[in-house]
Write a protein that binds this ligand. Structure first.
Ligand code: PBG
Length: 321
């Protein structure tokens, strides 16, 4: 009997290269950076990553441009936090200053600002609270819009709302257009799950909620159809890029969203996904470059056009090797 022999095309590396379906490129990768007041400090739960002071920021930016990465995503950690997160939309806020610095050093680098209040609020929630400690939706939108406008005015090419309030994409679009910032793109964290994988990030950004959790606004990990609804709404409101977050436990969502829409799809390979690989590699239990390339290729294979990852600088090296 004639049997099918798929192994014929796996016989040599050159044959495998010829039939490879998915190839990771530096052009797919975005490097997240934390900018903080005070001195540069390493983040212990994210080996190799730091909270950069404005004075030292030139160093990672030179690495990013040297590696040929197209974009960075910025998070700010302010000196002082308050109930209304005023550091997020201050004209001279930490992120606004960082954006201006980066644009002066590397005008062609795409700068994406994370738009959220949680790093800036004393209670650590992503929006304004009422007396019962509930996160207010529509009252928060105005502050998010101010944040986005201030980042765009500082020079951000893309603003990326990560708060999961309803209607924020429309609110941001309207506010940006109102001041003539029609060319600033919106990358919406459309399907952002209430995930345990954000743990190391919250240590880095000191943004762990002081009480309660984020399940009242971030999505239930058990839901897939709801993600499609979130994506549809964000597209109707004018999102230019749709993001899924986290990435690895949500490859099914990435794949379904890819089929649903024709805008670029981004996936965020988050801090906890990064920390797991780093910890296992440190113990000698996993081979880091191989596992990282497998993970990032899998995220792309699932349908992501853009991958936001703390491995970006390393992976940029490994894709060209
Ligand atoms: C919120 C925000 C978070 C992350 C990105 N933006 C944390 C959260 O929702 O608690 C997580 C990123 C990561 O874990 O790498 N501004």
């Amino acid at each position: 009997m004639m049997i099918e022999r798929p192994r014929r095309l796996r016989r040599t590396e050159t044959l495998r290269r010829l039939v490879r379906e998915t190839e990771l490129s530096v052009n797919d990768l975005v490097y997240p950076l934390f900018v903080a007041e005070g001195k540069t400090q390493p983040i212990s739960s994210m080996p190799g990553q730091s909270r950069w002071s404005l004075n030292d920021l030139a160093e990672p930016i030179a690495q990013v441009t040297g590696a040929g990465l197209p974009a960075v995503l910025l998070f700010g950690i302010p000196d002082k936090k308050d109930e209304v997160g005023s550091g997020a939309y201050a004209e001279n806020g930490i992120v606004q200053q960082a954006i201006r610095k980066i644009k002066a050093q590397a005008p062609d680098l795409v700068v994406i600002g994370d738009v959220c209040l949680c790093e800036y609020t004393s209670h650590g929630h992503c929006g304004l609270l009422n007396e019962a400690g509930e996160v207010l939706n529509d009252e928060t939108l105005e502050l998010l819009a101010r944040t986005a406008v201030s980042q765009a005015q500082a020079g951000a090419d893309i603003v990326a709302p990560s708060d999961m309030m309803d209607g924020r994409v429309a609110a941001l679009r309207e506010a940006l257009d109102d001041v003539g910032l029609t060319q600033t793109a919106i990358m919406s964290y459309a399907a952002k799950y209430a995930s345990g994988f954000y743990g190391p990030f919250r240590e880095a950004a000191e943004s762990t909620p002081a009480f309660g959790d984020r399940r009242g606004y971030q999505m239930d990990p058990a839901n897939a159809r709801e993600a499609l609804r979130e994506v549809r709404l964000d597209l109707e409101e004018g999102a230019d890029i749709i993001m899924i977050k986290p990435a690895l436990p949500y490859l099914d969502i990435i794949s379904r969203v890819r089929e649903l829409c024709d805008v670029p799809v981004a996936a965020y390979n988050v801090s906890g996904e990064f920390a797991m690989v780093k910890a296992a590699a440190e113990k000698g239990w996993l081979e880091e470059p191989r596992v990282v390339m497998e993970i990032l290729t899998a995220i792309k294979r699932a349908g992501a056009d853009i991958i936001i990852t703390y491995h970006a600088l390393d992976a940029a090296q490994w894709v060209t090797e």
